[in-house]
Write a protein that binds this ligand. Structure first.
Ligand code: HEM
Length: 502
């Protein structure tokens, strides 16, 4: 009896102690620094409203109206600064050099990335800089050749006839998944797959489950002590799935390493191995020794993790918007028919003459911002943004959604209007200032040079082949689904009529 009273007292004492320490720490920070303002946040829980929200960007919109474009909010025990307009984002990511270029440490991510050896979540260290340099060089080398267009056409030639077999209303997600996976798989490993390929089925299943399960984060990351005591079923499942994915990629990478021939570069994995070898001539030996095979392999995980979801969801948005906007769809098709015709697939070179199609995709990426609050940054030193102090190691979020819906930069914000991106000659003009889907600065999306032609060609090819409509009775307005980390259209169906038969 006494023991149980004492242990209850102990737990209470520890909790109260913890809360007191946190409150004192926060008061000290408020006193020492001129922090951005923000809503009331409970110790350990943070903002109850933000923790409950389906979409963080919606709560952040409300806070921006009250506190301005730079505010402080806590999610669980993490205090973060959120940037909600292009001025503060440019100041932080571009003008402040590397001040904002770190990533916060999450135990879960560290585990899934074999000890933080990937690009997307690793800290801004000399090893990371070298890793990113080598991966960037390999991507540029790969994109420079003709491989990319070949694998894209091969994949589209496989997927389009399958989609053309659909006669009634159907959910296009499976086909889009197949297109995107096939292309990125062929980019990485030179091989295009069939819809029923067991590896593809496993890979997509794992990818969908991971996206869904990681969307709301892990309670273990809020309270890291849990890693030592007990982990949730969700965390254990995700670890198992991530391990499966790593072992698929590991097998493929090792096969490539064994058969590598610098005179015959087959795919991006070969380009990566080549770029690593070339670096031996240029880089400091000790630095290079830090960059292990695990790092190189994790680059492929980066491409799959950061590339597949963003691309496939952007294309869900594109197809869903076109189904509800027949006038814009017709204009895209008129342009494609005029520039490309109906007898061959669009090529990378056509892109410069398909301005309206490209502008339509830009508008899809604005209204359907697939990574609404980006990837979290962390400060490397005490720094400043928007006139406020930001202490070292503060988590900083970039609200891309807010940038893309800022009424100061976008007239008639909610209107789908591709002409925003066109000049008086109907050509793609300067990038609008507050359009930033790929972010900026030291951590700008590494895959932008792949994503832009990839999305453009898939979109143009779908539009060239099909007239897309919504089944009768569907509301043409797009409804949002997904989670705070990846928004997507709520589940929908389309009817696709093969234009070859019209
Ligand atoms: C619609 C397509 C895409 C969008 C909207 C997108 C957007 C983003 C954003 C917002 C970030 C975070 C930047 C930051 O931290 O400030 C990012 C990072 C990244 N993206 Fe993409 N991305 C797309 C496609 C891709 C593709 C196809 C790849 C790979 C081929 C890729 C690879 C990466 C990598 C590796 C990072 C981490 C960069 C770093 O931490 O230094 N992304 N992306």
């Amino acid at each position: 009896m006494l023991n149980s009273v004492l242990s209850t007292l102990n737990v209470q004492t520890v909790l109260i102690g913890l809360v007191v320490v946190l409150v004192v720490y926060k008061l000290r920070q408020r006193w020492k620094y001129n922090l951005p303002p923000g809503p009331f946040c409970w110790p350990l829980i943070g903002s109850y409203e933000a923790a409950q929200a389906t979409f963080l960007h919606e709560v952040f919109e409300k806070y921006t109206k009250k506190y301005g474009p730079v505010f402080t909010v806590s999610l669980g025990p993490f205090q973060m600064v959120v940037l909600n307009d292009i001025n503060s984002v440019t100041e932080a990511l571009v003008k402040s050099k590397a001040d904002f270029a770190n990533r916060p440490f999450f135990h879960s991510v560290d585990g899934f990335t074999e000890g933080g050896k990937n690009i997307a979540f690793a800290n801004y260290t000399p090893t990371w800089k070298l890793h990113r340099k080598i991966a960037g060089k390999a991507l540029r080398q790969y994109m420079f050749g003709s491989h990319f267009e070949e694998v894209l056409h091969e994949s589209m030639n496989k997927c389009l006839p399958l989609m053309a077999k659909e006669t009634g209303a159907f959910n296009p997600e499976n086909y889009i998944d197949l297109m995107v996976f096939n292309i990125l798989n062929a980019v990485c490993f030179g091989k295009s797959v069939e819809l029923d390929d067991p590896e593809f089925v496993t890979f997509m299943k794992i990818d969908h489950e991971l996206t869904e399960m990681t969307g709301k984060g892990f309670v273990e990351d809020m309270f890291p002590i849990m890693y030592k005591i007990w982990t949730t079923k969700k965390y254990r499942t995700v670890t198992k799935l991530a391990d499966e994915l790593v072992s698929i990629v590991k097998k493929k990478f090792n096969e490539h390493d064994k058969t590598f021939n610098s005179d015959k570069i087959r795919d991006f994995t070969d380009s990566l191995i080549l770029a690593r070898k070339e670096a031996e001539q240029e880089e400091n030996e000790e630095m290079l020794s830090q960059l292990t095979d695990t790092h190189l392999r994790q680059t492929l995980m980066d491409i799959f993790n950061a590339g597949i979801d963003t691309s496939r969801i952007t294309l869900y948005f594109a197809v869903r918007y076109m189904a509800g906007l027949p006038d814009i769809q017709s204009k895209v098709q008129e342009e494609i028919d005029r520039v490309v015709g109906k007898d061959r697939l669009p090529t990378v070179k056509d892109r410069e003459n398909l301005s309206y199609t490209e502008a339509t995709l830009h508008e899809v990426m604005r209204l359907g911002t697939v990574v609404p609050v980006g990837l979290p940054h962390s400060t490397m030193c005490d720094t400043r943004v928007g006139g406020y102090d930001v202490p070292k190691d503060t988590v900083v979020m970039i609200n891309h959604w807010a940038l893309h819906h800022d009424p100061n930069y976008w007239k008639d914000v909610k209107k789908f209007d591709p002409t925003r991106y066109l000049d008086e000659n109907g050509k793609l003009g300067m990038k609008p200032e507050s359009w930033l889907p790929f972010s900026a600065g030291r951590r700008v999306c590494l895959g932008e040079i792949v994503a832009k032609p990839e999305l453009h060609l898939i979109f143009a090819t779908i539009m060239q082949r099909f007239n897309i409509t919504l089944p009768e009775g569907t509301n043409p307005e797009l409804e949002l689904g997904g989670s705070s980390s990846n928004t997507q259209p709520a589940p929908f169906k389309i009817i696709a009529k093969d234009r070859k038969n019209t």
